[in-house]
Ligand binder design. Structure first.
Ligand code: NAP
Length: 294
């Protein structure tokens, strides 16, 4: 079967270009550039790369960006003080705290301290709650990026059986909410996790599989029905001596054997990853325009 590769890189690039054009129009009319701030704690390789890419995306979109760095031994009080400062800074439209945080810091406490009107990651309970009942809000970037990709490729989701692997607060759960939501996915959704009894059978019946578990090559050909749409969120760093960096990013799907069965499939890298950053840019533009909250 001839499958179509879903090009997240090209889609994200086109969306960022249209955001940049809108920002130009706003600025030409005397408005402000949207301003995104990011808090980065410690020197984790993955987090450094994500934040660097977010800063680059801000430049591409014509946004102002500010990076606040802290060492891994920063105290919870210091971080809360930084969040409070950003909440009050009228020049900052939205900000993110790059996760994960060091073990001695309570992530939920930090997220709760963020003003939900500036929570462009969509992690604050007010945004999570509003999303779950279909009210305008900041939607978590990865699920929003996946939904945007499905729409961009005109992939029908209404009435389809969608299986989501993983139930994390940042990917699996919000993805399930969006896929079942009336004005969004309109799909019949099943969420699988480490306690699911017959995950393979669930996948075999799925029209759409969204894999977000962080287990390289977990989804194999025997789990996928012919013509399925497969979205691979997984990005696990696996050692690869042939690369300069010494590692490569591996998805949750065994691409070579699964792709020939699919109607559409995302690659890793170049699929969901670029769309996640692009969605953060969309949310920042919305924050700059005070689209959801005054
Ligand atoms: P997470 O918080 O670690 O959650 C993993 C989920 O997968 C959990 O719900 C867990 O079940 C489930 N799971 C793990 N092993 C399983 C197994 N063998 N069978 C069934 N379920 C299993 O992960 P996450 O933050 O959602 O991220 C998932 C993956 O996506 C990671 O590779 C991450 O790097 C990647 N990611 C990529 C992007 C991107 O932009 N491309 C963004 C975010 C995340 P339990 O709940 O039962 O423990």
């Amino acid at each position: 079967m001839e499958y179509q590769l879903i090009d997240g890189k090209a889609t994200a690039s086109a969306i960022k270009q249209s955001i940049a054009e809108e920002v130009k129009t706003i600025v030409a009319a005397g408005g402000r550039q949207p301003h995104l701030a990011a808090i980065l704690v410690g020197h984790d390789g993955g987090s450094e790369t994500y934040v660097k890419n977010k800063v680059i995306a801000c430049e591409q979109c014509g946004f102002k960006s500010t990076l606040m760095r802290y060492e891994a031994d920063v105290t919870e009080e210091e971080l809360l003080a930084c969040v409070d400062k950003l909440n009050k800074d009228e020049d900052v439209d939205g900000f993110i705290v790059q996760l994960p945080l060091p073990k001695h810091i309570d992530e939920q406490k930090i997220i709760m301290a963020i003003d939900y009107r500036k929570d462009v990651d969509g992690f604050h309970p007010i945004n999570v709650g509003r999303m779950s009942i279909g009210l305008p809000c900041f939607i978590s970037a990865t699920p929003l990026g996946i939904l945007t990709l499905l729409q961009h490729y005109h992939i029908e989701t209404s009435g389809k059986k969608c299986v989501i692997l993983g139930r994390s607060n940042i990917v699996g759960k919000p993805m399930a909410q969006l896929m079942m939501q009336k004005q969004y996915g309109d799909a019949t959704v099943t969420v699988c996790h480490s306690h699911s009894k017959d995950l393979k059978k669930e996948c075999q019946e799925a029209d759409i599989i969204i894999a977000a578990i962080g287990r390289p090559d977990f989804v194999t050909a025997d789990m996928v029905k012919k013509g399925a749409v497969v979205i691979d969120v997984g990005t696990t760093r696996v050692p690869d001596p042939t690369r300069k960096s010494g590692f490569r990013l591996n998805g949750d799907v065994k691409f070579d054997e699964v792709a020939p069965l699919c109607s559409y499939i995302t690659p890793v890298p170049g699929g969901v990853g670029p769309m996640t950053i692009c969605s953060l840019m969309k949310n920042t533009l919305a924050a700059g325009k005070k689209e959801y909250y005054k």
